[in-house]
Write a protein that binds this ligand. Structure first.
Ligand code: GLU
Length: 489
């Protein structure tokens, strides 16, 4: 096994999988699939109070949806398991004892209150805020007697003096002066390991070769490197991925709106498009090309092409990209996506009892729909009982003196049609326009406003067909009333 690439994604199950986490997971996945090796999914659930089964399931579900399969992890046992930190306590205890025995760690009996008092005093004198090392100086006898007295203690790592540095695959050389780090806690008084310690024990015992994660962890890395050194273990390669920013230039977060991958799934985004989009959050091929199949991404991905600069999460671009994938889909899949969206997100309960009506609407909307959820904005008027006129439609209906009459004429013509279908409707409306000495548009535009409440819509004859005669007539007449009464008042 030595020499084989092993990477890990290590989410804490305290929430859903968000865009940033998914990007980290995907870069790990792309890297290992392009290099060959194993992708390990490790669940960092030592925070028992905040870890939940629901969020674990949500994370796994989003990973599967994005097509990121793992070789070892939940549901996939391997030699390096278990893959839940809560089941690895024995290992953390063992490594903690090792560091205590080698003198790289020591027990600290300072209580929270003592630490706070000393910190406040130090602050008042403009001194350092880090741990002052008091327990480092306890004699073995003092330690024994404090322990015998049952006083709770934590285990602290003894940070050596000097400098800690590494060659980051993405960020280049990074250096920290150890004087900036205090003797950090590796085991809490209740026996649980802290993040930095558990992560290193796991990365060592799981034989992780490349640690690829968000750059918010850069400040943890020197502590982790010191732990590797103390344990006499070879360092993995570190690659810290650039931050993802929201459109306002601050770190992407809930404040910017939807960041949960499951939200995008529910809105009808395609996993292929989402994955393609995530790949471009920090990685680029030639700076021009943006659409890649998954196989191409695997073939072309490399850490060298990951930028060290932040990338911006541009939702419009995601929508555009999704549209590129949508247009390639067979119509049956588009139908199914819209049906699912209307059923599950809009609570429409007659989606499946109306024959192919919805599918035909999806077809006439065509490529304007870049995401399934856009069906409501592009074709919501089909599903609503009453039309609401938007501002432009209102203006149009109220602009001409004869609009009311025109709409009534259109209604009359539709009412008298024997065969109510797109072709005969078109003939009838064009015929009517000719008889009245008008251009077809002069009838179509107000009719569109009357039927859809908007000034743009799918082809009007398709709209008339799919709305059905009765609804068309009543909408045209309502709009005629509206145009007449509003003008009168
Ligand atoms: N559980 C940590 C996180 O979600 C993992 C960090 C790491 O990859 O080391 O941020």
């Amino acid at each position: 096994m030595s020499g084989a690439v092993r990477v890990r994604f290590a989410p804490s199950p305290t929430g859903y999988l968000h865009v940033g986490g998914a990007r980290t997971a995907f870069f790990n996945w792309l890297f290992v699939r392009s290099e060959g090796g194993s992708f390990i999914l490790r669940i960092e659930d030592t925070d028992v109070a905040r870890s939940t089964q629901e969020s674990l399931q949500a994370i796994l579900e989003s990973m599967r949806w994005l097509g990121m399969d793992w070789d070892e992890g939940p549901g996939k046992d391997g030699a390096a398991g278990p893959y839940f930190q809560s089941q690895r306590m024995e290992k953390y205890r063992e490594f903690s004892s090792r560091l205590l025995a080698s003198g790289h760690a020591y027990r600290c009996f300072c209580t929270r209150e003592e630490l706070e008092d000393r910190r406040a005093a130090s602050l008042a004198e403009k001194g350092a805020l880090k741990y002052d090392g008091r327990c480092e100086r306890l004699s073995p006898e003092e330690v024994l007697s404090l322990e015998a007295g049952g006083r709770p203690c934590v285990v602290r790592f003894r940070v050596r003096s000097g400098v800690t540095s590494w060659q980051d695959e993405v960020k280049g050389r990074i250096e920290f002066s150890n004087s900036e780090l205090d003797d950090f806690i590796i085991t809490r008084s209740n026996g649980t390991p802290t993040y930095n310690f558990a992560a290193v024990v796991d990365d060592v015992t799981m034989q992780i070769t490349h640690v690829i994660r968000g750059d918010e962890h850069i400040s943890n890395t020197p502590r982790q490197i010191l732990l590797y050194e103390a344990l006499g273990e070879a360092l993995p390669v570190f690659a810290h991925l650039p931050m993802i920013l929201g459109p306002d230039g601050t770190k992407l977060s809930k404040r910017h709106g939807a960041v949960a991958i499951s939200h995008y799934e529910r809105q009808g985004f395609l996993p292929e498009a989402m994955a393609n989009f995530l790949a471009l959050l920090g990685w680029a091929y030639d700076g021009k090309r943006e659409i890649f199949t998954r196989e191409e991404l695997v073939r072309k991905f490399s850490l060298e092409r990951v930028s060290s600069n932040p990338s911006v999460f541009d939702q419009d671009k995601l929508i555009w990209m999704n549209g590129q994938y949508m247009r390639e889909l067979p119509s049956s899949r588009r139908h199914e996506m819209v049906r699912r969206f209307l059923r599950e997100e809009e609570g429409m309960n007659d989606v499946d009892t109306r024959g192919d009506w919805i599918d035909r609407i999806v077809d006439v909307v065509g490529d304007r729909m870049k995401v399934a959820s856009q069906i409501t904005e592009l074709a919501g008027f089909f599903f609503e009982d009453r039309v609401r006129y938007d501002e432009k439609a209102r203006e149009l209906l109220l602009s001409g003196a004869g609009t009311s009459e025109l709409l009534l004429k259109v209604a009359g013509r539709l009412e008298s049609l024997k065969d109510y279908g797109a072709v005969s409707i078109e003939e009838a409306i064009r015929g009517l326009a000719g008889e009245m000495g008008l251009k077809a548009g002069e009838l179509i535009h107000p009719a569109r406003a009357a039927l859809t409440g908007k000034t743009t819509s799918p082809g009007i004859f398709d709209v008339m067909t799919l709305l059905g005669r009765e609804r068309c007539l009543s909408r045209l007449r309502d709009a005629a009333d509206f145009a007449a009464s509003e003008r009168a008042s």
